[in-house]
Ligand binder design. Structure first.
Ligand code: PGA
Ligand code: ZN
Length: 430
């Protein structure tokens, strides 16, 4: 038996950052190496995503995962024990074949993605390498530009404001560590502004301040003030990034802005965002229109792709085929990469490679439901994604990822290179 032969696969029910059950998987190899990973969970999910298997019924609001854990211990373990973890593409193909559905609904995307990630950790343990280094395979990598939430909104804050994420990026920083230093000052400054305005009411699901604002624009104004109060030049050192997550409040070309009490068509949405791009130092907008609005994506990218990263999340659902079609149509110039949208790491990597082939920005991303699992930090570095989105700068399920990238940066010493501006598709020459 070779050292990377899978000898055991075990499921375990653990808990995520919203106090909901989720799936952990442990994979053991012949040489005694063990790998472990936990499935995250989204709240504003795209309709094309891999499906988490939830038990339904009364317990935990129907969100229990005992069947998914049972699938790990049963059919998944039976299919994988005896296989070589050294061929992860074959393992993922076996998982996809065993499930047999287009969206992993039978075994559960949560069971499958945790297994796929646990196999990666086991391989790294067997090789005696950090996960990112195994993935890099000797190729040069960059430390990712972090995209960090200051105010949470949308589905993560009871729809208190329409826009889901008001974030900062620090492309002017000299290193990943410095980008975190700057973000920490901005997060603090934003908290002080909220306190002074009597609007400090805790945090939303991803750790950004609860958005006690009368308009989406008030959040943008406050963000600019926080950047300035922390001593940075908005647009030069530090820029703004938004996740509109428009599929949450729009479909079929009709967008209901609850905060403003008005309904916009696609052209109206694009005009509103254009106004924001003109008035604020915004360099990235995710899901500016809904997942069913490919023409809206095309029109927005044609108009603003030269000055703004246009990210498809719900629109592209980490699917290589969708990324190819979007690139051909000029609908988006960047793709969000979420392993549990695809369901296996092979499919996740294929989507990222498709994006890189077309000069897209590629952003490895957490979900709103997270845990201490730091796999995505390693994917962002090892696959040289250039960008990482994890939520805010509080709550340890978020900080675990930022801290893991700090460790990786430190381990690279003088070889460490921070992606900075070069991560953004319209600033490739930077
Ligand atoms: P989700 O949101 O994890 O709740 O789906 C994250 C995002 O939209 O980027
Ligand atoms: Zn999103």
């Amino acid at each position: 038996m070779i050292a990377t032969t899978i000898t055991a696969v075990r499921g375990r029910r653990v808990w995520d950052s919203r106090g909901r059950p989720t799936v952990e998987v442990e994979v053991s190899l012949g040489g005694d190496a063990v790998g472990r990973a936990i499935a995250p969970a989204g709240a504003s999910t795209g309709s094309g995503e891999a499906i988490d298997l939830r038990d339904g019924g009364a317990p935990f609001g129907g969100l229990d995962v005992r069947q998914a854990v049972g699938h790990v211990d049963g059919p998944i373990a039976r299919a994988l024990v005896g296989r070589d973890a050294g061929d992860p593409a074959a393992i993922d193909a076996a998982l996809i074949g065993l499930d047999g559905t287009p969206n992993k609904a039978r075994l559960g995307g949560n069971a499958i993605v945790a297994t796929s990630m646990a196999v990666l950790h086991a391989r790294a343990a067997a090789a005696g390498l950090p996960v990112w280094r195994l993935l890099a395979g000797g190729k040069p990598v960059r430390l990712p530009l972090p995209e960090i939430q200051i105010f949470g909104g949308g589905a993560h804050a009871e729809r208190r404001v329409d826009v889901q994420d008001f974030m900062v990026m620090c492309p002017g920083a000299g290193s990943f560590a410095e980008a975190l230093d700057w973000t920490a000052e901005i997060y603090r400054a934003a908290g002080a502004l909220m306190r002074r305005a009597g609007k400090l009411q805790g945090v939303a699901d991803e750790g950004g301040y609860w958005p006690v604002f009368a308009a989406n624009e008030e959040a943008l104004d406050t963000l600019v003030l926080a950047i300035e109060a922390a001593g940075f030049a908005p647009g030069a050192d530090v820029a703004i990034s938004l996740d509109v997550a428009a599929s949450e409040f729009g479909r079929a070309g009709s967008y209901r802005l609850a905060l403003d009490g008005r309904t916009l068509d696609t052209a109206g949405m694009i005009a509103m965002l254009e106004g924001w791009l003109d008035a604020y130092p915004i360099v990235s907008i995710e899901d500016p229109v809904a997942e069913d609005d490919a023409e809206g994506f095309r029109a927005f990218t044609a108009a603003h792709g030269g000055r703004c990263q246009v990210i498809g999340d719900d629109f592209l659902v980490t699917d290589a085929g969708r990324v190819e079609r979007a690139a051909e149509a000029g609908a988006a110039n960047a793709v969000l990469i979420k392993p549990n949208q695809a369901g296996t790491l092979s499919e996740t990597h294929a989507a990222l490679l498709a994006g890189q082939r077309h000069g897209f920005g590629t952003i490895v991303s957490a979900r709103s439901g997270e845990t201490e699992d730091t796999t995505i930090a390693h994917l962002a570095v090892g696959w040289d994604a250039g960008q990482l989105k994890v939520g805010s700068f509080s709550r340890s399920e978020r900080m675990a990822k930022w801290n893991e990238v700090l460790r990786i940066e430190e381990s690279l010493g003088t070889e460490a290179r921070f992606a900075g501006w070069s991560a953004l598709p319209f600033r490739r020459d930077s």
